[in-house]
Design a protein around this ligand. Structure first.
Ligand code: UD1
Length: 358
């Protein structure tokens, strides 16, 4: 029998991280093709992830680049339709909640090619977020919903999608544990000038925090007044908007540098005194490494991190940021809401048909 052909579609940084354990779990079990939309194209936002995480080079690269949501998603949709015409895979696997996710889901479903959505069922219930539109639309288009948590399964059931859903666990946990062990074994050095436990790691890139000059200015002011150095890993969006708003990213406690590659990021977070972020993935990575996190958003999809006391949300009143970041260390917990690091095997089993939808 011919091996099953699975086409993964990725395009943005967090998707490369999720792809790594999947590519490894599918190796030797399926004919696995990779299409990169080109949504992220800078070396530090894309290529280094493929190199460091041992991901095979993409079979297709659409080089779509940046644009408004509609133009960017539309260009991907057109490009992916051609890829699907050529390949006609048994499954299209889409990841997370970016514009690349939505474009691939729509391209495939229109061509009657089965679509599986990895990280299905996450909800912020914030309809200002492009990611929320992408998640909801992708879940309702997909044939197989691969959910990371019990909470995600509940959201899918509430939306009438229980029949297509399967709980597989969180694949970012797989790659995080593997990378944590590798950087520990290598004694990876910290970024220059930083001492373990004596700095914070920060990332800020969401439109709601960066598009408005006053909001971004206040966030940077708050970070600048923290009691320890803040390593600000500046996404290109942050850098260009800060420049446009006339906001200096290096001031007070803040030291901004380019985004880090994944192993260096995990190493920096693991040895930090805390994380301040608006990223989805980083909140969870901080929790898994048991580093306190403060999230600059009104809500989170990863509610378990908040319920367990390792994540605090600060949004409307940014003056609360300092007290949140310097709060006492949360109580220790053995809770494992994101699984044990074996999710990618569950995903492979679901796609290859050995665990089914009930
Ligand atoms: C996207 C995802 C977001 C994810 C984030 C991770 C959507 C709607 N959002 O947001 O969920 O958390 O990726 O990083 O898909 N840029 C570059 N070089 C790059 C990539 C982007 O310079 O390699 C600049 C461009 O000016 C672009 C801006 O960053 O306009 C934003 O990039 P885009 O891909 O549109 O969205 P992100 O903010 O990265």
């Amino acid at each position: 029998m011919e091996p099953m052909q699975i086409l993964s579609v990725v395009g943005a940084r967090p998707q490369f991280v999720k792809l790594a354990p999947i590519a490894s779990a599918l190796r030797g079990k399926a004919d696995h093709l990779i299409a990169h939309t080109g949504q992220h194209y800078d070396e530090l936002m894309s290529d280094v992830f493929f190199q460091d995480l041992g991901i095979p080079a993409p079979d297709f690269n659409l080089a779509v680049g940046s644009g408004t949501h509609g133009r960017q998603t539309g260009a991907m949709l057109a490009g992916l339709e051609e890829v699907l015409e050529q390949t006609r895979p048994d499954w299209v696997l889409v990841y997370g909640d970016t514009n690349s996710t939505l474009a691939a889901a729509v391209a495939a479903v229109k061509m009657h090619i089965p679509v599986a959505h990895l990280e299905a069922g996450l909800r912020s219930f914030n309809r200002r977020m492009p990611e929320e539109h992408n998640r909801v639309l992708t879940d309702h288009a997909a044939d197989l919903l691969l959910a990371p948590t019990e909470v995600a399964m509940k959201h899918l059931a509430t939306e009438g999608l229980a029949g297509r859903s399967v709980l597989v666990g969180d694949v970012m946990t797989d790659v995080l544990y593997r990378t944590r062990d590798a950087v520990q074994a290598k004694h990876e050095p910290l970024p220059e000038g930083l001492a373990a436990g004596q700095y914070y790691v920060s990332t800020i890139h969401r439109p709601d925090n960066t598009n408005d000059a006053d909001r971004l200015g206040e966030i940077v002011d708050q970070l600048a007044s923290l009691d320890k150095p803040v390593l600000l890993l500046a996404h290109p969006r942050l850098r260009s908007l800060a420049e446009g708003h006339g906001i200096a990213l290096n001031q007070g406690a803040v030291k901004s540098i380019c985004p880090l590659a994944y192993p260096q990021l995990i190493n920096a977070v693991q040895h930090s005194a805390g994380v301040v972020t608006d990223s989805g993935g980083l909140q969870k990575e901080a929790f898994l490494l048991r580093v306190p996190c403060t999230t600059v958003r009104p809500e989170t999809e990863w509610v378990e991190t908040v319920e367990l006391g390792w994540n605090v949300l600060v949004s409307a009143d940014l003056s609360e940021l300092k007290s949140a970041v310097t709060r006492p260390t949360p109580s220790a917990t053995n809770a494992a809401p994101y699984g044990s690091g074996q999710a990618a095997h569950q995903v492979a089993a679901a796609l290859l048909g050995s665990i089914g939808i009930h």
